[in-house]
Design a protein around this ligand. Structure first.
Ligand SMILES: Cc1cc2nc3c(=O)[nH]c(=O)nc-3n(C[C@H](O)[C@H](O)[C@H](O)COP(=O)(O)OP(=O)(O)OC[C@H]3O[C@@H](n4cnc5c(N)ncnc54)[C@H](O)[C@@H]3O)c2cc1C
Length: 592
């Protein structure tokens, strides 16, 4: 094997990344971003709450906006809460952090599956069979009483009919038009219900009556300046604080915390960067606001879902997982199979064709596996960094990254999901040349040279390369397995996750230079841990008391009750929260 071609070999993704510009990015234009319609009242005088405060405990004497119900966030859960509360006669205001062009979080990019919307008249009763409640009771181990679980059961049971009544279309458990289709229906309903929406208005702080502990409003920011390190960068500066009164209560529907690496680290996977395929503005703000008023927490372990692999460097650059495509092999006709995954030891650690789709099992990508022959304490994450290694046949087989599924799988199925795919943040080049030029894919003429030019980083910024001796041995063994038609390394039932061997049809040798490598990382889809709540969606504090007038809906603090997915939960809990909050009397009425 010869030396690397001059100019073609990328020497270091990290160094190159700082000055990168999007290869082809759909930027929101100013015209797309709806201006704020500040018709809600006079500017507050005193007191002006400080953003440094975790919670504001002085009730403002004047308010910038006022509504019976203030809903924070504008995904499916928020929409369902708003539509329900408005139908019950409440005035409703929605505060959404994102610009309109990027709004609606995970809900706008979800895969379309809403289990309870089978549209089969006999199916719903059988779906939530009598055993459902018993199973939930077992699964949630005393979380709620039997009567609470019965209420939850009935809420799910009624969900299809309610969604149907507000115009949500579905077939076979699949929302028509996936995320964009569902959100088009829900946002039309929100508008029709007369709900006011303020975009680019992040809620930051709850306002709590210190005497009664009631949540009487929120502080939000208007006129913020987006940092815009990338098109959908959720970080901002500046802005003016506004006081928003909630006469009946506040519903936090801010989605999950998947784009907050510190929270992912604290609650799920310490010291690992895990790009999200969901809404980039979901940074756990609702969790923090609820925590600041004493909310207890739950369900972090059982609600963190993984979704496929992402290219780590571009995912970091764009703040959303730039997906590695051949991860749903049965669905998308993957390109050539002359590739493997290796870790810093140059060793394989998983069946690469194992699909990670809504996966919650311990992941090979970041859990120690005894089958690697490493001491248990060799490293916290022996398989991170990890790289995909392939040859010329692999790189020529098509784009390695999303969202160019159309190019790979014509006619395109229209089964869009993931933020990058639906929103078109970054379009991967058809022949991978742009990504090689960017330094996201390393290239070399020999395996030894590839090991030398390939780099990856850990959480702390330490730079690693795959061990050249290990990599050479691994490829030799893999190629021998390809010739034999059996992937002997995996398939040992002792090790969870590796019980399925890579199929013989996918065993194609890595033997045609140039060779390629790119750093990958497993991505997250969504997380459901967060503030504890009762079946009315009212938040419970660390002493076990409800926090008056504070509700959560959707991915904030929920749970995937048995077979029901995240979207079923978002709609069901949003509907429940809307009903609960609308039934309250105004705190001002209660004061007089
Ligand atoms: C790629 C993908 C595929 C999925 N597929 C499925 C599926 O097939 N079936 C299924 O059941 N579930 C699926 N899910 C999960 C499902 O999409 C979520 O559970 C659901 O959308 C959560 O809705 P939500 O309203 O709670 O949050 P989101 O839809 O994420 O909305 C949260 C909103 O809050 C806003 N926000 C955040 N912070 C603030 C703040 N401080 N102030 C104001 N607004 C704020 C965000 O901008 C966002 O608009 C999928 C998720 C993903 C990412």
């Amino acid at each position: 094997m010869g030396s690397a071609a001059a100019g073609a070999v990328a020497l270091g993704a990290v160094a190159g990344a700082a000055s990168l510009v999007p290869h082809s990015a759909a930027m929101p234009t100013a015209a797309n971003v709806k201006a704020l319609d500040q018709t809600g009242g006079a500017k507050a005088s005193a007191p002006v709450p400080s953003r440094a405060q975790a919670v504001v405990t002085t009730i403002p004497t004047s308010w910038d906006y006022s509504a019976d119900v203030v809903v924070v966030g504008y995904g499916a859960a928020a929409s369902c809460a708003a539509i329900t509360a408005a139908a019950a006669g409440a005035s409703v205001l929605i505060l959404e952090k994102a610009p309109e062009v990027w709004a609606h979080g995970d809900s706008a990019v979800f895969g379309g599956g809403i289990g309870v919307l089978n549209n089969d008249p006999v199916w719903t009763p059988t779906y939530l069979a009598t055993s459902w409640s018993a199973e939930i009771a077992k699964e949630t181990a005393g979380t709620w009483s039997a009567s609470d679980i019965q209420i939850l059961h009935d809420n799910f049971q009624n969900l299809p009919w309610w969604l149907n009544s507000i115009g949500v279309k579905a077939h076979g458990g699949h929302a028509t038009g996936n995320g964009p289709g569902l959100m088009a229906t829900l946002t039309a309903d929100v508008v029709q219900a007369g709900v006011q929406v303020l975009y680019e208005t992040p809620a930051t702080t709850l306002i709590q009556n210190p005497a009664t502990q009631e949540i009487v409003g929120v502080v939000a920011l208007t006129g913020i300046t987006w940092n815009k390190a990338y098109p959908c960068d959720p970080s901002y500066a500046g802005g003016e604080e506004i006081n928003v009164r909630a006469n009946k209560g506040v519903v936090l529907a801010t989605g999950d915390y998947c784009n907050n690496p510190d929270m992912v680290g604290a609650f799920n996977c310490p010291a690992l960067y895990i790009p999200t395929v969901g809404g980039p503005y979901n940074t756990g703000d609702g969790h923090k606001m609820a925590m600041a008023v004493g909310a207890d927490l739950w369900h972090f372990a059982d609600g963190f879902e993984h979704q496929w692999y992402g290219f780590k460097v571009p995912s970091r650059l764009y703040g959303t997982a730039i997906g590695w495509l051949p991860t749903v092999p049965d669905e998308y006709n993957p390109p050539g199979h002359s590739y493997i995954f290796v870790d810093q030891y140059g060793m394989r650690f998983t069946n690469e064709e194992r699909t990670h789709n809504h996966d919650r099992s311990p992941l090979d990508a970041y859990y120690y596996r005894g089958d690697n022959g490493l001491a248990w304490n060799a490293r916290g994450y022996p398989h991170s960094p990890m790289w995909v290694i392939g040859d010329q046949n692999y790189i020529k087989s098509g784009p390695l990254g999303g969202p160019n599924l159309a190019a790979r799988d014509p006619p395109y199925t229209g089964n869009d999901m993931e933020f990058n795919e639906v929103r078109g943040v970054y379009k991967w080049s058809a022949d991978n040349s742009a990504e090689i030029a960017q330094g996201w894919i390393f290239q070399a003429d020999t395996i030894a040279e590839l090991a030398a030019v390939t780099t990856g980083t850990d959480w702390y910024g330490n730079v690693y390369s795959p061990d050249p001796t290990g990599l050479a041995a691994t490829i030799t063994q893999f190629n021998a397995n390809c010739a034999a038609g059996s992937d002997t390394l995996f398939g040992n039932p002792t090790f969870e996750g590796n019980v399925v061997q890579r199929p013989a049809s996918t065993l194609q040798p890595i033997d045609t230079p140039p060779y390629y490598a790119a750093e990958l990382m497993i991505s997250s889809a969504y997380a459901m841990g967060g503030p504890k709540h009762n079946v009315s969606q009212q938040v419970i504090d660390v002493k076990g008391n409800t926090i008056p007038r504070l509700f959560v809906a959707g991915n904030v603090g929920n749970y995937e009750w048995l077979h029901n997915g995240g979207m079923d939960n978002a709609c069901c809990t949003g509907h429940a929260a809307g009903n609960s909050v609308a039934a309250l009397t105004s705190w001002e009425t209660a004061l007089t």
